[in-house]
Design a protein around this ligand. Structure first.
Ligand code: IPM
Ligand code: MG
Length: 362
């Protein structure tokens, strides 16, 4: 088994280092190889996703990814910006199924901006389609407007599109995931306005006929955004397109207290996967040793479960994380009165210690 390790930019290097230490503690025999990605790769090789990095990622069974991006690259032409690395990996590896669980840990109920009773026990799974939609749809670009309200004016355009097979395969992923949970799927669309999402709704409904044991409902995205803060526990599996999933998954993250807690997995048809925290590179706190490594550590657990067939090792990481939270250890993003503030490294140390102790005591 081979893991490609791509720490990236900003806090990426700090949080991935902790996840690696946690993986090392487990005494499993993987090969790990690191490569530059994002702004770091641009600095060294002139491209955010160099051929060598892409090759490593393609050959690996799984990719452990940190984060990419920094404001200082905002002026580069789009194809050279750090974000293109993650989009390029998703596209080239065919990682169409993005799992973003939002779980509110008992100990963090007070870290959320929502009332405790709304989020205590929250456990939802957002399944975001990741290789289609307006993110990748062609044509796109800038031009002189051929028509519209201001003919001849400079305009920019992107294309929202989904094909039937793209919708079918993500719908199957959602229904199968729901079978392992509470057998409910909410499909989020904007069928009242967009052709793309009328097709989405029609196809998801058709696929649902193969899953009579799973209950399906449909919700418009604006309403879904509202329901997520009004009554988040009403959701179980949410399936949606690339753009709506991007937005709703950040919203769902905040229900849990901090986006610093949320792992994610992006899988292709052969279960090869890329695992990354749901948050970004946070250049404002990079290098300060204060970032929360738990989302990345939990992403490593998802990697063990989904791509490396090591569910017990995944369980050990997840229970170690619960253990350190129960000990009262908190990075700044989840800190509250009465808990102990720790840095990135100390949080990693504590997870490692919790795993080691469990090994000794069995
Ligand atoms: C995410 C991020 C990315 C996205 C960016 C970095 C391109 O926001 O993974 O949610 O929009 O998909
Ligand atoms: Mg996002």
């Amino acid at each position: 088994m081979k893991i490609a390790v791509l720490p990236g930019d900003g806090i990426g290097t700090e949080i991935v280092a902790e996840a690696i230490r946690v993986l090392d503690t487990l005494d499993l025999s993987f090969e790990m190889e690191s490569a530059l990605v994002g702004g770091a790769a641009y600095e060294a090789h002139g491209h955010p996703l160099p051929e060598s990095t892409l090759k490593l990622a393609k050959e690996a069974d799984a990719v452990l990814f940190g984060a990419v991006g920094d404001w200082k690259y905002d002026r580069l032409e789009r194809s050279l910006r750090p974000e293109q690395a993650i989009l390029g990996l998703r596209k080239n590896l065919g990682l169409f199924a993005n799992f973003r669980p939002a779980i509110c840990y008992e100990q963090l109920v007070d870290a959320s901006s929502l009332k405790p009773e709304l989020i205590a026990g929250l456990d939802i799974l957002i399944i975001r389609e990741l290789t289609g939609d307006i993110y990748f749809g062609q044509p796109r670009g800038r031009r002189s407007a051929p028509d519209g309200h201001f003919p001849g004016a400079e305009e920019a355009f992107d294309t929202m599109r989904y094909s039937r097979p793209e919708i079918e395969r993500i719908a199957h992923v959602a229904f199968q995931a729901a079978r392992k949970r509470s057998k409910r799927v909410t499909s989020v669309d904007k069928a009242n306005v967009l052709e793309t999402f009328q097709l989405w709704k029609d196809v998801v409904t058709e696929v649902s006929q193969q899953y009579p044991d799973v209950e399906l409902d449909h919700m418009y995205v604006d309403n879904a955004a509202m329901q997520l803060v009004k009554a988040p526990k009403k959701f179980d599996v949410v399936v949606t397109g690339n753009m709506f999933g991007d937005i709703l998954s950040d919203e769902a993250a905040m229900l849990t207290g901090s986006i610093g807690m949320l792992p994610s997995a992006s899988l292709n048809a052969s279960n090869q996967g890329l695992y990354e925290p749901s948050h970004g590179s946070a250049p404002d706190i990079a290098g300060k040793g204060v970032a929360n490594p738990l989302a990345t550590i939990l992403s490593a657990a998802m990697m063990l479960r989904f791509s490396l067939n090591q569910p017990e090792a995944a369980d050990r990481i997840e229970s170690a994380v619960k253990h350190v939270l129960a000990q009262g250890l908190r990075t700044a993003d989840i800190w509250s009165d009465g808990t102990t503030k720790v840095g990135t490294r100390e949080m990693g140390d504590a997870v490692v210690a919790a795993i080691t102790k469990k090994t000794i005591t069995g």
